[in-house]
Design a protein around this ligand. Structure first.
Ligand code: SF4
Length: 370
């Protein structure tokens, strides 16, 4: 332990390392420092120390498919390249038969999980989602379903005129096992009103997650970054997630999402993120969010080489195969829309870690060391 502390020479980082060793949550000022330091190697030592303490030599990945059931969305957020108006030529809504065909095909490739998100479609009632989930479960009863963002649940409650708890109960009953963390974007009101003015507030997003957690659902939490936010907005976002986690312990994983601005109404006027920027963000998140067990670097967003590198900077999960992903690819992500399982395993192995295939609930599947 002393040896670890002594290996940190940068004074503010050494003070942070001392807190980490003693399990003392680091402060917002510490987060701000970590998000701006150029001393990424010593920052990396601290985040890696924590990552090893939490997950030993394991690197997680998943084998899944994405199901984006419709791109028709009432909100048409400026940040979004995926959504369409109903009358648009390339607007779509999957019928249950189309959903079934896609899931059957992906199941034949051996997926463990379906990740479902879509637009806010004004005509879709809750029965559509119940039927969709039941049909998916019929294809493969043990398939894990990560379904719908907090924004969608809030919308389902409103357009069906039923309490949020009832929406959760009905969709859990039909097969939802966990929630993705989308829709959090960034909680800062001043930023949110520019990038997603009609979307639920950050406060409401947290309330919906609190409700999900109270019903026993585990969820992810995301952060959309590299658009018009500043570093203080990121610290505020992390801080609100940490506070809710202190209360509920319902977040399984924190997932930063790099903003891609192609085909959106928010041209970020920012160049793409840099290696230093990505490393600072992931390492600082690992250290600040000490109470959130997993940190995910989606290879599709940061690129596979950076996702692999981040496994040495606090990350324990590089995401999944994601057959059929549409949301980030509509916004110009240059990665392919799926990675093969063997490639993801190779990335993890080449980082000197043991690949473990898992689902969003971190139920360990093949190759488990635990
Ligand atoms: S980000 Fe989500 S809520 Fe906003 S327009 Fe796109 S699909 Fe709709």
């Amino acid at each position: 332990m002393t040896e670890f502390i002594n290996s940190i020479h940068n004074k503010p980082l050494r003070a942070i390392a001392e807190k980490v060793v003693q399990d003392i949550p680091v402060s917002e000022a510490d987060a701000l420092y970590m998000l701006t330091t150029n001393d990424i190697l010593e920052l990396g030592l601290i985040s890696h120390y924590l990552r090893i303490r939490l997950h030993k030599n394991i690197g997680f990945y998943g084998v899944n498919m994405n199901l984006n059931y419709t791109n028709i969305c009432e909100l048409r957020c400026p940040l979004c390249a995926f959504s369409r108006d109903e009358k648009d030529e390339d607007a779509y809504l999957l019928s249950h038969d189309e959903t079934e065909a896609k899931v059957k095909e992906a199941v034949s490739f051996g997926i463990d999980e379906v990740h479902i998100v879509g637009g806010l479609h004004p005509q879709l009632k809750i029965e559509y989602f119940e039927e969709m989930l039941r049909r998916i479960k019929q294809i493969k009863p043990d398939i894990f379903i990560v379904g719908f963002t907090a924004v969608e649940y809030d919308y389902f409650a409103k357009i069906n005129n039923i309490p949020l708890e009832e929406v959760f109960r009905r969709l859990m009953d039909a097969g939802v096992g966990a929630l993705p963390g989308g829709g959090a974007e960034i909680f800062s009101h001043k930023v949110r009103k520019v990038i997603a003015p009609k979307k639920i507030s950050g406060k409401r997003w947290l309330e919906v997650m609190r409700t999900a957690h109270s019903l026993g659902l585990k969820t992810n939490a995301t952060l959309l970054h590299n658009h018009i936010e500043d570093t203080e907005d990121i610290v505020d976002h992390l801080s609100k997630i940490r506070s809710l986690q202190d209360e509920t312990r319902g977040f399984k994983s924190f997932v930063p999402l790099t903003y891609h601005d192609a085909n959106t109404d928010i041209r970020a006027k920012r160049a793409s993120t840099t290696g230093y920027g990505d490393i600072r963000l992931y390492a600082a998140s690992r250290i600040f969010l000490h109470n959130v067990p997993h940190l995910k670097a989606l290879w599709m967003y940061v690129g596979e080489k950076m996702a692999q590198t981040l496994l040495r900077f606090g990350v324990d999960d590089i995401g999944a195969t994601y057959h059929y992903e549409k949301v980030v690819h509509s916004a110009g992500a240059p990665t392919p829309d799926y990675g093969s399982e063997s490639h993801l395993r190779r990335l993890i192995e080449h980082a000197q870690l043991k690949p473990v295939r898992t689902t969003a609930n971190y139920d360990l599947l093949a190759g488990c060391a635990a």
